[in-house]
Design a protein around this ligand. Sequence first.
Ligand code: HAM
Length: 425
Amino acid sequence: MTTSSVKGFRDILPEEAAGRRAVLATASEMLVAYSYREVELPLLEHGELFARTIGESTDIVEKEMYAFEDRDGSLLALRPEGTASLVRAYIEAGLSRSLPVARLYYQGPMFRRERPQKGRFRQFTQIGAELIGRNDAGADAESISLAADICSAAGVEGFRIEINSLGDQQCRPAYREALVAFGREHIAELCDDCRSRIERNPLRLLDCKVEGCRTLMGAAPMMGDQLCDPCRAHHDSVLEILDASGIEVVARPSMVRGLDYYCRTAFELIADGLGAQDAIGGGGRYDGLVAKLGGPDLAGVGFALGVERMLMAAGSQATDAGPEMLVAPLCAEAAATAASLARRLRQAGRRVEIGSAERRLKAQMKSADKTGVAFVVIIGEQELAGGSATVRDMAAGQDLPACFPLMATGAEAIAAMEGGGRDEA
Ligand code: HAM
């Protein structure tokens, strides 16, 4: 009997690991170019943190959190997202005093108990960036620009940016009422989920996937038509700055996002060809969230990208670089010298694998050929006695005329091998 992995939790095998590392490194570079600094956040938080921020009646909090009671009776949760944790950390560390405008980012696994399907997992990795302390339209535009630039730099092709404004405390309550009225009027045409959403979370009616609801909601009032003047002006400024920066966005008036903390700008990056789970990232403005968690009244805007979906959209072919050299001991007595020499070569910057003294030279050569090794450093009884190794140039298919000294430093050995060998060859 073998024990399998937990449903929705994947192993990242070597073929995928290199591509992921490259995406994360590229993202970090871009984040640093935009002046963001990294924060490493814990995976486990108090459950109430997410109920207070993402919202009690959201799918994430109601159905998808891995929440459990700890031994002391406290309710803990594996983080389903990073914004709430980052804002908590920002307040807890008193950063509002030293960094009233903070650009912070995080990378790491998030957990949601959703139904697994293509591009949707129960453990997935996000790259998230938050800009706290700026309420101007330039901040929203910066966030969108950064998300787009990370995706482009990571090789994600063919994505579009969709945008909407969700209004604020001034204009959203009236819109919410209009939506509730619309829902009540058409209750017979709505699915069961939407019927229960009408009073609890009416905005979610707008992103129901059921065909009947989608058709009906096409005729529903839209937030964009009911924005108050300041929200309208803010949205227009965001669009104007993006346009001036050469960043194309398309309006999606029905976008509401699945987390309650948003106000004004909401955006998603959608990739072609990913199927149903085509959002490679999403974000928006969350003024009021810092205060809600007990901090000062600061604005905020940010986004998170899904690394697995970015990789799917980029079709990454990255692989780890294989060994450049194989040190092949041919007898048990050569094993210690081989290990010591291999270590010196690595210290000189080479990628080096050691063969087994129990395998014949032919077998060791064959695997060197397979892994694309350029040089095989052979150490048998003869080499031990003579104090220098025989080096096989795999591309040339012959031994180098110059051997290298077994006791030399890695750099000396390489110089002897490359310089001496090539000159004479
Ligand atoms: P979100 O839209 O829930 O936003 O997630 C952001 C991205 O994470 C999604 O667009 C998707 O690429 C990826 N993602 C989400 N769930 C899954 C899943 N089950 N499997 C694979 N990938 C997934 C947030 O999490 C917000 N915290 C973003 C934000 C930051 N807003 C402001 N600041």
